[in-house]
Design a protein around this ligand. Sequence first.
Ligand code: PLP
Length: 472
Amino acid sequence: MSRSAHPAGPRHADVLPEGHYTAPPADLNSLDPRVWAQTVERTPEGAVAVGGLDVRRLAEEFGTPAYVMDETDFRARCRAWRDAFGPDADVYYAGKAFLSRAVVRWLHEEGLNLDVCSGGELATALDAGMPAERIALHGNNKSDEEIERAVEAGVGRIVLDSFQEIARVAHTAARLGRRQPVQIRVTVGVEAHTHEFIATAHEDQKFGLALAGGGSSSEAGEGPAAEAVRRVLMLDSLELTGIHSHIGSQIFDMAGFEVSARRVVGLLTRIRDEHGVELPEIDLGGGLGIAYTPEDDPREPHEIAKALGDIVTRECEAAGLAVPRLSVEPGRAIAGPTAFTLYEVGTLKELEGLRTYVSVDGGMSDNIRTALYDAEYSVALVSRASAAEPMLSRVVGKHCESGDIVVRDAFLPADLAPGDLLAVPATGAYCRSMASNYNHALRPPVVAVRDGQARTIVRRETEEDLLRLDVG
Ligand SMILES: *Cc1c(COP(=O)(O)O)cnc(C)c1O
């Protein structure tokens, strides 16, 4: 998607290259509340503060790059989701977005449940005191060990993803003398992303069991999902509580959920008709979008709750089913907007007639999303205000890779100089959790800020950490 460039003003404006940018903002110092965490503000001195703390002080104390997470905002988002869905539904935070012991405690205190999808995430959740019955285990290839630990711990839900797994979980639960609550993950033939969704009869992906059978309509429920239901219902060590569907990521339009809910309810109806059981739960997954740039306009949790609740109620009433307990699994929508990455500018290269490359002290090792998904981010100068004209910029990292781009197209003040601090907002989800040691980069810390206090919740890696694993 190429957007038109502003005709006037910016430096390099004579030949504006192709890019994902719109007009430079009227005021480069302004901070759009859609992309910045709740307590972020520009102070009268011109620098930016979060939780009442000046970013210059945070950079001094914790170094750069660093993820700075607004704990007040994180907790507020948890409560907003919790309150929007109310006592008759459950909100499972998707731990893969970002998980640490502190985050687990925040979720616990704010009344959320937690999705994990690996032994490591399960260990973190249990270690930080999340009650096992509020944990759901996901994954398309859970190991025997992961299954055993989850069943042993007594997790509230294992989401089954294959026929082999049905047998494995049943076997493990039987051996441990448990009856394990499970859901079956189905693929409903909907792939949703941002503003559109594709509804098809068949799913070509690794997750879930298809509703559709070979050649039949996706509504018919003749496929592997119905067969999985049959098998699970025959196993005494498994308690089938519901059906799970997750349709995509960074979704703004609720229409895909509507198709998904209709197809899942279709399966529930079929299960009632065929087996005489009404399953008590339905999980519609996560994937709700956030604003990475001011042009993104995500739905609020209460709108999402109302839309999903209405769809499920309507479909169930039409089918004559009791309305099951709904659960959702937002990851990005909770963690994403709560953090920004703080970088220091190292070098600048002005490419005449093109743009200025601004190199920061991190890059694709702390934010792979731009390189991986062509994700769009915004960026601001945060260590001072500037009255300089806008300069078309590309914020890049320090890695040995020309695709090492953090923000592809952005306007920054033309007086930007080495030593300035930049912040990239909306990096709370899928940045630290996808961070790597590429080029032996040391993964940045996560610093939580709340009411004038800052503390490290995940510390910066050290060279010692790197060398400790290198035992050759
Ligand atoms: C990734 C994932 C989520 C969370 O997705 P977001 O886009 O972060 O909301 C929820 N449920 C399942 C099963 C997932 O795989």
